[in-house]
Design a protein around this ligand. Structure first.
Ligand SMILES: Cc1cc2nc3c(=O)[nH]c(=O)nc-3n(C[C@H](O)[C@H](O)[C@H](O)COP(=O)(O)OP(=O)(O)OC[C@H]3O[C@@H](n4cnc5c(N)ncnc54)[C@H](O)[C@@H]3O)c2cc1C
Length: 470
């Protein structure tokens, strides 16, 4: 029995890890086109100990998927590497929005909902109460922006949801599917007529379901972790996964791009850029849907068409900055910019507020572009241009005029998937095709079931379970 996992990002590494646990005797190959594993997760540790994250920087411990990641972290013996941010910390409570030319603190308590706080022209609670009056609209799916505008009003759509979507996937809320990204809220309206009614119903159901917690999941709950990372940054996780799969004799092939693929009823043949040919009886694909679509165009044009059109990935410029002095006046997780401002910046993360350095100083990450990358930067901006733009934005928004002691610019081309309206249906079509044609493949990774680290790991676990129960 031989299996192959295609793609050595977090999804592929997690799939290989779960496969070695389920069936230790099989031959397992992991194929990755680049010279390293980890995909978008990359930590640049500076000589002075500063952590510059190029991709993800924090993980949420909550929910089923959050618990699953914590279990994995524990299994990989990474517990003592964790740095948590607890809920009472200002960086966990405070989130800023840049709108109408200035910075505003979002309400973080029940009391805050009753106060009129800019950029909103009335207390947020009144917007929320709007949901009780708003008529139900029966739809298959719609954009998050339209949904929120209908139920809570334009200001919530512009100043809360649109910046939030920039923070989640660097996307345009007017295109992202509410059914996919805020499934519960969407279902509440469809099922109960309003979100508030749905929440009340769900609360009574939820309080009946108590699950036993233990290990790191219990510790995170008891200590009220809001988010966490690792002492040496997020890349700690894929590095530990790599070590674990190598120990379990997974055949890891780096610098090996899959350039073509043939799928039979009971086997899959992959042709690699180094001329090697790999045949296996099952494939877990952990590469972006678009890349898989291109590989299947000749043999399965319908499936390839669905895969190619499932998600469009947007590019992000990530600029890490370190300043000698403490320059952040109000501690917070960071700020998000309302797209209405028409600025090239999506948001700024206050890394040194979340995880302060021993000897002080300020570390920030400026995220730019996303859905609007080409509009602001064209196709191929230079690192110097991006650094200048980032510094100007930091000056304008945060009044930071200092010159950074360290900086790093990375352009992440096509890094974040956009789950546009209809994503759920397209995903079902793809899964039905694979099932009906009994193809020996399953899919995981950020193109399909969510962009967060937790979602990607969960998708890898499900892909492995599909194979086991085949
Ligand atoms: C800037 C940024 C910030 C983020 N912040 C957070 C955060 O704070 N918290 C959080 O939870 N999540 C965050 N995320 C999301 C998370 O990091 C990603 O969703 C996740 O890492 C994606 O993993 P993946 O394995 O699905 O994909 P990838 O990382 O894209 O891995 C796919 C791999 O497949 C390989 N590949 C592609 N085609 C082929 C081929 N033909 N042959 C062989 N190999 C191939 C690629 O080289 C790559 O290594 C962030 C993402 C980005 C980009």
């Amino acid at each position: 029995m031989s299996k192959v996992v295609l793609g050595g990002g977090l999804g592929g590494l997690a799939a290989a890890h779960y496969l070695t646990k389920k069936a230790a005797t099989q031959t397992l190959t992991l194929i990755e086109s680049s010279s390293r594993t980890g995909g978008w997760i990359k930590t640049n540790l500076q000589e002075n100990g500063t952590v510059f994250e190029q991709g993800p920087r924090t993980i949420r411990p909550r929910g089923e998927a959050g618990s699953n990641t914590l279990e994995l972290v524990e299994e990989l013996n990474l517990t003592d590497q964790i740095v948590p941010l607890v809920s009472s910390h200002p960086a966990a409570q405070n989130r800023m929005i840049y709108a109408n030319g200035s910075l505003h603190l979002l309400p973080s308590s029940l009391f805050g909902l009753f106060k009129k706080q800019e950029p909103f022209t009335r207390p947020l609670v009144l917007h929320l109460l709007n949901d009780l009056k708003a008529k139900k609209k029966s739809v298959q799916d719609e954009s998050i922006y339209e949904f929120v505008d209908r139920r809570f009003g334009r200001e919530v759509a512009d100043y809360l949801i649109s910046p939030l979507i920039c923070g989640i996937c660097a996307g345009n809320a007017q295109e992202i599917s509410v059914k996919f990204l805020m499934r519960k809220l969407f279902e509440y309206e469809q099922q109960y007529g309003s979100i508030s009614k749905g929440m009340v119903q769900n609360f009574s159901l939820k309080s009946k379901k108590a699950t036993a917690l233990n290990g790191l999941v219990l510790k995170a709950k008891k200590e009220k972790w809001n988010i966490y990372s690792f002492i040496s940054g997020c890349e700690t996780l894929p590095l530990a996964l790599k070590e674990s799969i190598l120990k379990n004799n997974v055949n890891l092939k780096l610098n090996s791009e899959c350039t073509s693929m043939t799928i039979g009823q009971n086997n899959v043949t992959l042709h690699l850029s180094n001329k090697e040919v790999i045949t296996a009886d099952y494939l877990i694909s952990a590469i972006p849907a678009r890349n898989l679509g291109m590989l299947l165009q000749k043999q399965y044009p319908d499936l390839a068409h669905s895969l190619l059109n499932l998600v469009k990935n947007v590019s992000v410029a990530v600029v890490n900055l370190e300043f000698k002095n403490d320059l952040i006046i109000n501690s917070a997780f960071g700020l998000l910019v309302a797209p209405k401002e028409e600025l090239p910046v999506l948001g700024v993360i206050y890394d040194s507020c979340c995880f302060p350095k021993e000897n002080g100083g300020t570390v920030l990450t400026v995220m730019m572009g996303g859905y609007w990358f080409e509009k602001y930067f064209g196709k191929n901006p230079s690192e110097k241009t991006l650094l200048d733009v980032a510094l100007n934005q930091v000056k304008q928004i945060l009044s930071i005029h200092d010159i950074p002691v360290k900086s790093k610019v990375n352009i992440l081309h096509h890094c974040l998937p956009q789950y546009v309206v209809g994503h759920d249906d397209h995903l079902n079509e793809i899964n039905n095709y694979i099932k009906t044609h009994q193809l020996p493949i399953s899919l995981c990774g950020s193109s399909y079931y969510g962009v967060g680290i937790n979602d990607v790991i969960m998708s890898a676990k499900s892909a492995v379970n599909k194979l086991i129960f085949r």
